[in-house]
Design a binder for this molecule. Sequence first.
Ligand code: ADP
Ligand code: MG
Length: 344
Amino acid sequence: MASDEFEIIRRHFNQEGLAFAKQGVTLGIGDDCALLSADPLQQFAISMDLLQEGVHFLPGADPFLLGQRTLLVNLSDLAAMGAEPLCFTLALSLPKADENWLERFTAGLAVVAQAHDCPLVGGDLTATHSEHGAITLCVQVHGQRPVDAGMTRSGASAGDLVYVTGTLGDAAAGLSVLKGSSPQDLPVSHAEALVSAFYQPESRVKFGMALRGLASAAIDISDGLASDLEHILRGSTVGASINTETLPMSDAFRAMISESARLSLALGGGDDYELCFTVARERVQELEQQLLATDTTATCIGRIESGHGPIHWLRNGKEIALNVQGYNHFSTQKETQQQTQERQ
Ligand code: ADP
Ligand code: MG
Protein backbone atom coordinates (compact mmCIF):
# COMPACT_ATOMS: atom_id res chain seq x y z
CA MET A 1 0.00 0.00 0.00
CA ALA A 2 1.44 3.35 -0.98
CA SER A 3 1.67 5.94 1.80
CA ASP A 4 1.99 9.70 1.81
CA GLU A 5 4.97 11.57 3.24
CA PHE A 6 3.62 11.93 6.77
CA GLU A 7 2.41 8.36 6.94
CA ILE A 8 5.90 7.21 5.89
CA ILE A 9 7.52 9.37 8.56
CA ARG A 10 5.13 8.07 11.22
CA ARG A 11 5.35 4.45 10.25
CA HIS A 12 8.95 4.03 9.21
CA PHE A 13 11.03 6.78 10.77
CA ASN A 14 9.21 7.77 13.97
CA GLN A 15 9.20 4.18 15.17
CA GLU A 16 10.39 2.83 18.52
CA GLY A 17 13.39 1.02 17.09
CA LEU A 18 14.82 4.21 15.61
CA ALA A 19 13.45 7.28 17.38
CA PHE A 20 14.04 6.00 20.92
CA ALA A 21 14.53 8.20 23.98
CA LYS A 22 17.99 9.27 24.96
CA GLN A 23 19.44 11.55 27.61
CA GLY A 24 20.40 14.83 25.95
CA VAL A 25 17.62 14.56 23.35
CA THR A 26 14.83 16.71 24.80
CA LEU A 27 12.60 16.58 21.72
CA GLY A 28 12.95 14.24 18.75
CA ILE A 29 10.92 13.76 15.56
CA GLY A 30 7.64 15.68 15.15
CA ASP A 31 8.29 19.39 15.53
CA ASP A 32 10.12 21.93 13.37
CA CYS A 33 13.40 21.17 15.12
CA ALA A 34 14.75 18.54 17.43
CA LEU A 35 15.94 19.96 20.76
CA LEU A 36 19.20 18.80 22.31
CA SER A 37 20.46 19.63 25.78
CA ALA A 38 24.18 20.13 25.49
CA ASP A 39 26.53 18.93 28.22
CA PRO A 40 28.35 22.17 29.18
CA LEU A 41 31.62 20.30 29.78
CA GLN A 42 31.69 18.81 26.29
CA GLN A 43 31.79 20.04 22.72
CA PHE A 44 29.52 18.90 19.89
CA ALA A 45 31.04 16.86 17.07
CA ILE A 46 28.92 17.06 13.91
CA SER A 47 29.47 15.33 10.61
CA MET A 48 27.45 14.66 7.47
CA ASP A 49 27.77 12.09 4.69
CA LEU A 50 25.84 11.89 1.46
CA LEU A 51 25.41 8.53 -0.26
CA GLN A 52 24.15 8.32 -3.80
CA GLU A 53 23.04 5.26 -5.71
CA GLY A 54 25.47 4.55 -8.52
CA VAL A 55 28.25 6.52 -6.81
CA HIS A 56 28.48 5.13 -3.27
CA PHE A 57 26.46 1.95 -3.64
CA LEU A 58 25.28 -0.24 -6.47
CA PRO A 59 21.77 0.24 -7.90
CA GLY A 60 19.45 -2.36 -6.39
CA ALA A 61 21.56 -2.68 -3.20
CA ASP A 62 19.95 -4.64 -0.36
CA PRO A 63 18.13 -1.92 1.64
CA PHE A 64 18.77 -3.62 5.01
CA LEU A 65 22.53 -3.60 4.43
CA LEU A 66 22.35 -0.11 2.96
CA GLY A 67 20.61 1.17 6.11
CA GLN A 68 23.47 -0.18 8.21
CA ARG A 69 26.15 1.27 5.94
CA THR A 70 24.49 4.70 5.79
CA LEU A 71 24.77 5.18 9.54
CA LEU A 72 28.05 3.31 10.05
CA VAL A 73 30.04 5.51 7.64
CA ASN A 74 28.83 8.56 9.57
CA LEU A 75 29.67 7.05 12.95
CA SER A 76 33.17 6.44 11.61
CA ASP A 77 33.71 10.21 11.45
CA LEU A 78 32.73 10.50 15.11
CA ALA A 79 35.17 7.68 15.91
CA ALA A 80 37.99 9.57 14.20
CA MET A 81 37.42 12.55 16.49
CA GLY A 82 36.93 10.51 19.67
CA ALA A 83 33.28 11.57 19.93
CA GLU A 84 30.48 9.58 21.55
CA PRO A 85 27.36 9.32 19.36
CA LEU A 86 24.36 11.34 20.56
CA CYS A 87 21.78 11.24 17.75
CA PHE A 88 21.38 11.60 13.99
CA THR A 89 19.16 13.18 11.34
CA LEU A 90 18.36 11.67 7.95
CA ALA A 91 17.34 13.12 4.59
CA LEU A 92 16.21 10.89 1.73
CA SER A 93 15.32 11.52 -1.85
CA LEU A 94 13.50 8.50 -3.29
CA PRO A 95 12.08 7.75 -6.74
CA LYS A 96 9.07 6.00 -5.17
CA ALA A 97 7.54 5.13 -1.80
CA ASP A 98 8.36 1.43 -1.76
CA GLU A 99 7.04 0.10 1.57
CA ASN A 100 9.17 -3.01 1.51
CA TRP A 101 12.33 -0.99 0.76
CA LEU A 102 11.53 1.52 3.52
CA GLU A 103 10.85 -1.24 6.03
CA ARG A 104 14.11 -3.01 5.33
CA PHE A 105 16.17 0.17 5.09
CA THR A 106 14.91 1.46 8.45
CA ALA A 107 15.40 -2.00 10.01
CA GLY A 108 19.08 -1.83 8.97
CA LEU A 109 19.37 1.69 10.35
CA ALA A 110 17.74 0.60 13.62
CA VAL A 111 20.26 -2.21 14.17
CA VAL A 112 23.13 0.29 14.09
CA ALA A 113 21.23 3.08 15.88
CA GLN A 114 20.52 0.75 18.80
CA ALA A 115 24.00 -0.75 18.88
CA HIS A 116 25.43 2.76 19.28
CA ASP A 117 22.59 4.27 21.33
CA CYS A 118 22.19 6.91 18.62
CA PRO A 119 18.48 7.66 17.94
CA LEU A 120 17.01 9.33 14.85
CA VAL A 121 15.74 12.80 15.85
CA GLY A 122 14.59 14.34 12.59
CA GLY A 123 15.03 14.56 8.86
CA ASP A 124 13.42 15.22 5.53
CA LEU A 125 11.93 13.19 2.72
CA THR A 126 11.39 14.10 -0.92
CA ALA A 127 10.29 12.27 -4.02
CA THR A 128 12.64 12.54 -7.01
CA HIS A 129 10.81 13.71 -10.11
CA SER A 130 11.72 10.72 -12.20
CA GLU A 131 10.61 7.15 -11.39
CA HIS A 132 14.10 6.16 -12.47
CA GLY A 133 15.90 8.75 -10.36
CA ALA A 134 18.74 7.68 -8.10
CA ILE A 135 18.24 7.16 -4.37
CA THR A 136 20.09 9.80 -2.34
CA LEU A 137 20.66 9.35 1.38
CA CYS A 138 22.11 11.95 3.71
CA VAL A 139 22.84 11.47 7.38
CA GLN A 140 24.12 13.99 9.86
CA VAL A 141 25.44 12.55 13.10
CA HIS A 142 25.81 14.48 16.31
CA GLY A 143 28.27 13.40 18.96
CA GLN A 144 29.95 14.85 22.01
CA ARG A 145 33.55 14.83 23.22
CA PRO A 146 35.57 16.42 25.98
CA VAL A 147 37.14 19.72 24.94
CA ASP A 148 40.67 18.32 25.34
CA ALA A 149 40.16 15.17 23.22
CA GLY A 150 42.57 16.36 20.50
CA MET A 151 42.65 13.96 17.51
CA THR A 152 42.38 16.65 14.86
CA ARG A 153 44.34 16.30 11.60
CA SER A 154 46.84 18.93 12.69
CA GLY A 155 48.41 17.32 15.75
CA ALA A 156 51.02 14.89 14.32
CA SER A 157 54.72 15.60 15.04
CA ALA A 158 57.98 14.21 13.70
CA GLY A 159 58.86 10.92 15.40
CA ASP A 160 55.21 9.90 16.07
CA LEU A 161 54.31 6.39 14.96
CA VAL A 162 51.59 5.85 12.35
CA TYR A 163 48.98 3.16 13.01
CA VAL A 164 46.00 1.75 11.20
CA THR A 165 43.18 -0.34 12.72
CA GLY A 166 41.94 -3.62 11.23
CA THR A 167 42.87 -4.51 7.66
CA LEU A 168 42.92 -2.48 4.44
CA GLY A 169 41.28 -3.02 1.08
CA ASP A 170 38.55 -5.44 2.19
CA ALA A 171 35.65 -3.13 1.33
CA ALA A 172 37.10 -2.30 -2.10
CA ALA A 173 37.56 -6.03 -2.72
CA GLY A 174 33.98 -6.55 -1.46
CA LEU A 175 32.73 -4.11 -4.08
CA SER A 176 34.51 -6.19 -6.74
CA VAL A 177 32.79 -9.30 -5.37
CA LEU A 178 29.43 -7.51 -5.63
CA LYS A 179 30.26 -6.57 -9.22
CA GLY A 180 30.82 -10.26 -9.95
CA SER A 181 34.56 -10.25 -10.52
CA SER A 182 35.70 -12.84 -7.96
CA PRO A 183 38.09 -15.62 -8.94
CA GLN A 184 36.16 -18.90 -9.32
CA ASP A 185 37.95 -20.61 -6.45
CA LEU A 186 37.26 -17.85 -3.90
CA PRO A 187 35.75 -19.57 -0.82
CA VAL A 188 32.21 -18.37 -0.02
CA SER A 189 33.28 -17.40 3.51
CA HIS A 190 35.92 -15.05 2.08
CA ALA A 191 33.47 -13.52 -0.39
CA GLU A 192 30.99 -12.97 2.46
CA ALA A 193 33.63 -11.39 4.70
CA LEU A 194 34.61 -8.92 1.97
CA VAL A 195 31.03 -7.94 1.12
CA SER A 196 30.33 -7.47 4.80
CA ALA A 197 33.38 -5.18 5.08
CA PHE A 198 31.72 -3.02 2.43
CA TYR A 199 28.20 -2.93 3.88
CA GLN A 200 28.97 -3.27 7.57
CA PRO A 201 32.33 -1.60 8.18
CA GLU A 202 33.66 -2.32 11.66
CA SER A 203 32.64 0.52 13.91
CA ARG A 204 35.65 2.04 15.69
CA VAL A 205 33.59 4.32 17.95
CA LYS A 206 34.68 2.73 21.26
CA PHE A 207 38.31 2.65 20.21
CA GLY A 208 38.11 6.24 18.94
CA MET A 209 36.93 7.28 22.41
CA ALA A 210 39.85 5.36 23.91
CA LEU A 211 42.25 7.42 21.76
CA ARG A 212 41.12 10.73 23.32
CA GLY A 213 44.16 12.65 24.47
CA LEU A 214 46.38 9.75 23.32
CA ALA A 215 46.42 9.93 19.51
CA SER A 216 48.20 13.08 18.36
CA ALA A 217 46.17 13.03 15.10
CA ALA A 218 43.52 10.76 13.61
CA ILE A 219 41.38 10.32 10.51
CA ASP A 220 38.98 7.67 9.30
CA ILE A 221 39.86 6.07 5.98
CA SER A 222 37.13 6.72 3.46
CA ASP A 223 39.08 7.51 0.28
CA GLY A 224 42.02 5.14 0.82
CA LEU A 225 44.93 5.26 3.26
CA ALA A 226 47.30 7.09 0.90
CA SER A 227 44.88 9.95 0.35
CA ASP A 228 43.62 10.15 3.93
CA LEU A 229 47.06 9.98 5.55
CA GLU A 230 48.02 12.84 3.24
CA HIS A 231 45.30 14.95 4.94
CA ILE A 232 47.06 14.45 8.28
CA LEU A 233 50.45 15.28 6.75
CA ARG A 234 49.14 18.46 5.18
CA GLY A 235 47.21 19.44 8.31
CA SER A 236 50.23 18.86 10.54
CA THR A 237 52.90 20.11 8.07
CA VAL A 238 54.87 16.88 8.32
CA GLY A 239 55.87 13.94 6.12
CA ALA A 240 55.75 10.17 6.68
CA SER A 241 57.57 7.01 5.76
CA ILE A 242 55.39 3.94 5.45
CA ASN A 243 56.62 0.35 5.41
CA THR A 244 54.47 -1.22 2.72
CA GLU A 245 55.27 -4.78 3.82
CA THR A 246 53.56 -4.08 7.17
CA LEU A 247 50.23 -2.91 5.70
CA PRO A 248 47.59 -5.18 7.25
CA MET A 249 45.66 -7.33 4.74
CA SER A 250 43.13 -10.05 5.51
CA ASP A 251 43.31 -13.64 4.23
CA ALA A 252 40.07 -13.01 2.33
CA PHE A 253 41.64 -9.97 0.64
CA ARG A 254 44.77 -11.94 -0.32
CA ALA A 255 42.61 -14.74 -1.73
CA MET A 256 40.54 -12.30 -3.81
CA ILE A 257 43.20 -9.90 -5.08
CA SER A 258 46.28 -10.94 -7.07
CA GLU A 259 49.59 -9.97 -5.51
CA SER A 260 50.39 -7.31 -8.09
CA ALA A 261 47.12 -5.45 -7.42
CA ARG A 262 47.10 -5.63 -3.61
CA LEU A 263 49.02 -2.48 -2.73
CA SER A 264 46.94 -0.44 -5.13
CA LEU A 265 43.66 -1.54 -3.62
CA ALA A 266 44.82 -1.48 0.00
CA LEU A 267 46.11 2.09 -0.35
CA GLY A 268 43.66 3.58 -2.82
CA GLY A 269 40.51 1.45 -2.89
CA GLY A 270 38.77 3.39 -0.14
CA ASP A 271 35.65 2.65 1.94
CA ASP A 272 37.73 1.02 4.68
CA TYR A 273 36.36 3.15 7.53
CA GLU A 274 39.29 2.06 9.64
CA LEU A 275 41.15 4.65 11.70
CA CYS A 276 44.59 5.92 10.76
CA PHE A 277 46.21 7.68 13.71
CA THR A 278 49.53 8.85 15.08
CA VAL A 279 50.89 8.32 18.59
CA ALA A 280 54.03 9.65 20.30
CA ARG A 281 56.59 6.87 20.80
CA GLU A 282 56.58 7.22 24.57
CA ARG A 283 52.85 6.54 24.69
CA VAL A 284 52.85 3.24 22.81
CA GLN A 285 52.33 1.25 26.01
CA GLU A 286 49.20 3.23 26.82
CA LEU A 287 48.02 2.58 23.29
CA GLU A 288 48.54 -1.15 23.72
CA GLN A 289 46.45 -1.09 26.88
CA GLN A 290 43.64 0.69 25.08
CA LEU A 291 43.78 -1.79 22.20
CA LEU A 292 43.40 -4.65 24.68
CA ALA A 293 40.63 -2.90 26.62
CA THR A 294 38.58 -2.29 23.47
CA ASP A 295 39.45 -5.60 21.78
CA THR A 296 40.86 -3.78 18.76
CA THR A 297 43.74 -4.65 16.44
CA ALA A 298 45.99 -1.94 15.07
CA THR A 299 49.26 -2.17 13.15
CA CYS A 300 52.19 0.23 13.24
CA ILE A 301 52.88 0.99 9.56
CA GLY A 302 55.47 3.75 9.72
CA ARG A 303 56.44 7.04 11.27
CA ILE A 304 56.01 10.77 10.90
CA GLU A 305 58.95 12.75 9.47
CA SER A 306 59.69 16.44 9.86
CA GLY A 307 58.75 18.92 7.12
CA HIS A 308 55.73 18.50 4.87
CA GLY A 309 56.48 16.31 1.89
CA PRO A 310 55.15 13.34 -0.04
CA ILE A 311 54.83 9.96 1.69
CA HIS A 312 57.99 7.85 1.43
CA TRP A 313 56.89 4.33 0.58
CA LEU A 314 59.39 1.73 1.76
CA ARG A 315 59.74 -1.98 1.13
CA ASN A 316 62.08 -3.75 3.53
CA GLY A 317 63.71 -0.41 4.31
CA LYS A 318 64.25 0.64 0.67
CA GLU A 319 62.24 3.40 -0.95
CA ILE A 320 59.92 2.37 -3.80
CA ALA A 321 58.03 4.65 -6.18
CA LEU A 322 54.25 4.45 -5.89
CA ASN A 323 51.61 6.62 -7.42
CA VAL A 324 48.43 5.94 -5.50
CA GLN A 325 45.34 7.99 -6.07
CA GLY A 326 42.47 7.88 -3.61
CA TYR A 327 38.88 8.43 -4.58
CA ASN A 328 38.21 12.04 -5.51
CA HIS A 329 34.75 13.03 -6.81
CA PHE A 330 35.90 16.02 -8.81
CA SER A 331 39.31 14.79 -9.87
CA THR A 332 40.33 15.99 -13.32
CA GLN A 333 41.91 12.61 -13.95
CA LYS A 334 39.64 10.16 -15.76
CA GLU A 335 40.28 7.22 -13.46
CA THR A 336 40.69 8.20 -9.87
CA GLN A 337 40.76 4.83 -8.21
CA GLN A 338 43.38 2.14 -8.23
CA GLN A 339 45.94 4.10 -10.13
CA THR A 340 49.00 2.60 -8.62
CA GLN A 341 51.94 2.28 -10.88
CA GLU A 342 54.77 0.57 -9.16
CA ARG A 343 58.25 1.16 -10.49
CA GLN A 344 61.02 -0.46 -8.56
P1 ADP B 1 9.18 20.78 8.26
O1 ADP B 1 8.27 20.99 7.09
O2 ADP B 1 8.84 21.63 9.45
O3 ADP B 1 10.61 20.81 7.93
P2 ADP B 1 8.42 18.07 7.91
O4 ADP B 1 6.97 18.17 7.69
O5 ADP B 1 9.33 17.89 6.73
O6 ADP B 1 8.90 19.31 8.79
O7 ADP B 1 8.72 16.89 8.93
C1 ADP B 1 7.91 16.68 10.07
C2 ADP B 1 8.75 16.06 11.16
O8 ADP B 1 9.22 14.80 10.73
C3 ADP B 1 9.99 16.87 11.52
O9 ADP B 1 10.20 16.74 12.91
C4 ADP B 1 11.08 16.19 10.75
O10 ADP B 1 12.34 16.35 11.39
C5 ADP B 1 10.62 14.74 10.75
N1 ADP B 1 11.11 14.00 9.57
C6 ADP B 1 10.85 14.26 8.26
N2 ADP B 1 11.47 13.37 7.46
C7 ADP B 1 12.13 12.53 8.29
C8 ADP B 1 13.01 11.43 8.10
N3 ADP B 1 13.32 10.99 6.88
N4 ADP B 1 13.53 10.85 9.17
C9 ADP B 1 13.26 11.31 10.40
N5 ADP B 1 12.45 12.32 10.67
C10 ADP B 1 11.90 12.94 9.63
MG1 MG C 1 8.89 23.45 9.86
